[in-house]
Design a protein around this ligand. Structure first.
Ligand SMILES: Cc1ncc(COP(=O)(O)O)c(C=O)c1O
Length: 470
């Protein structure tokens, strides 16, 4: 490999060339220009580029390895060391927490996802690339490629009961971009506040705030969003997760769905349906369909590939009423020039061939065994605790006995190399309800779930003064 690195040295300095190279690399690491894990050029290549003797670079690299700035990896050259893992604590729209590397990471979201279907994706991408017309390499249509919009309209109608057409769909860069565009449109119409579920996604609350739309927390109970509380405000927009409330996992009841749609019609309001893990459902019986089908003229349905495939794809979609879609696209024209075409075409292939359905079947089967392992471990080791909500998605909400000190349990677990999020992190307002844990389980081996829950039980029982009675 013939890597290049820009290094500044002064030839007629009193400081030796070796010392200059060393201090340059150190200062670039400190300034953040040289990132953790960056591979550096070989000593021979850098010496050639700088026109210095190779021993100068060998000595500089050797010293930096000894001081812990660089690491020499056999067969992979010299790299900047990585000090911290930087996985997101919750699926973040903004901001990330960092924790040291742990044995069992039960935090939902971020990198904690099951396997990506590499082989299928590769085959679909190859097919898409081979059959792509020259126009595929031009700027994409702002609303997305027609092929993907068609496939999505059929898939969403079939799998989620969404009432839409290819013309009413827009492909976006994940739900986050969809939400950003919606905020832009709402703001232009004088709507500067939006109802959000409490507990809910902390990153989303912050994101909305940053987008200039104030999030107004509304309570959630066993039937989902409290629509009576919503109706008591003067809000005209609300963001909900009806199928599998984030993070409690409850499903919005039929009554509440009707009540919510009635509210939207009465106040000329807008409902944003975040179907973030739609398709991940392994509870017996009927899976809830999209809320949007009740009032396609009042609900923007939002989906994403972040939970079912990978957040790194940055692929999402909105099914919006026609006049709203136009405004969203005008808003988008101010942001970027569309979503990358080949990714869209590969995703269209995945849908067309039924490969997403097959992948979801596998994912659901896997997540189901993890959920069972979690339920079993909680039953055995955490008496009084209970896994709430239907078996769905990649995480579960574990309600803890009332006396538990959630914060002490979470920090005690981290000291034992188990990272987990307490329910408090998801609440906007101080809560009266029971302490809880939000457990991402789908990426873990079953034995890991059992072991991690056992650690939680030990932390809870070994430090009663700290954990139980604070
Ligand atoms: C509640 C919720 N909504 C939406 C998303 C997806 O956002 P995006 O599509 O921008 O990755 C997530 C994260 O995966 C989430 O937890």
């Amino acid at each position: 490999m013939s890597l290049h690195m820009a290094v500044e040295v002064v030839r007629d300095s009193e400081v030796s060339l070796t010392a200059q190279i060393q201090s340059f690399i150190k200062s670039e690491i400190a300034a953040g220009s040289l990132h953790a894990g960056t591979r550096l050029p070989s000593s021979r290549r850098l010496a050639d580029d700088l026109d210095v003797s190779r021993s100068v670079v060998v000595e500089a690299y050797g010293q930096l390895v000894a001081e812990g700035y660089l690491e020499a990896v056999q067969g992979a050259g010299t790299r900047v060391v990585g000090h911290l893992t930087t996985q997101a604590v919750v699926p973040t729209l903004l901001g990330e927490d960092r924790v040291p590397e742990v044995r069992w990471d039960l935090r939902p979201g971020g990198g904690n996802l099951p396997d990506f279907p590499r082989r299928d994706w590769l085959a679909c991408y190859e097919r898409a690339l081979r059959s792509a017309a020259p126009s595929a390499h031009a700027y994409p249509p702002l609303a997305g490629t027609p092929a993907l919009r068609l496939e999505l309209s059929q898939y969403l109608g079939r799998a989620r009961g969404v009432r839409t057409t290819a013309e009413q769909l827009a492909v976006v860069g994940g739900f986050s971009q969809g939400l950003d565009l919606l905020c832009g449109v709402l703001r232009r119409e004088g709507v500067d506040a939006i109802g959000v579920e409490d507990p809910g996604h902390p990153g989303q609350r912050q994101f909305l705030q940053e987008c200039g739309v104030r999030p107004v927390p509304l309570p959630v109970d066993e039937a989902g969003l409290d629509v009576t509380a919503l109706a008591a405000t003067d809000l005209r927009a609300v963001l909900v997760t009806p199928a599998h409330q984030f993070p409690t996992g409850v499903t919005l009841s039929e009554d509440r769905r009707e009540q919510l749609v009635r509210w939207a019609r009465e106040v000329d309001g807008l409902i944003i349906e975040d179907d973030y893990d739609g398709g991940l459902w392994y509870e017996r019986g009927q899976r809830p369909l999209a809320l949007q089908r009740l009032a396609p003229e009042r609900v923007v349905y939002a989906g994403t590939a972040s939970k079912t495939l990978a957040p790194g794809l940055r692929l999402g979609w909105l099914a919006a009423p026609p006049d709203l879609l136009d405004r969203l696209l005008r808003e988008r024209a101010r942001h970027d020039l569309g979503t990358e075409t080949l990714t869209q075409l590969a995703f269209a292939e995945l849908l067309r061939g039924g490969l997403l359905d097959r992948h979801l079947r596998k994912l659901n089967a896997r997540a189901s065994t993890r959920r069972h392992a979690l339920e079993e471990a909680v039953r055995r080791h955490l008496p009084g605790a209970e896994v709430l909500g239907p078996a769905a998605g990649l995480h579960a909400y574990v309600r803890l006995p009332r006396h538990t000190d959630e914060a002490a349990l979470v920090s005690g677990a981290l000291r034992r190399s188990v990272a987990v999020r307490g329910g408090a992190a998801f609440h906007a307002r101080p809560r009266r309800g029971a302490p809880a844990l939000v457990v991402g389980h789908a990426h873990l081996p079953r034995s890991g779930i059992t072991e991690a829950v056992r650690v939680l039980a030990e932390v809870g029982s070994r430090a009663p003064a700290e954990v139980r009675s604070r």
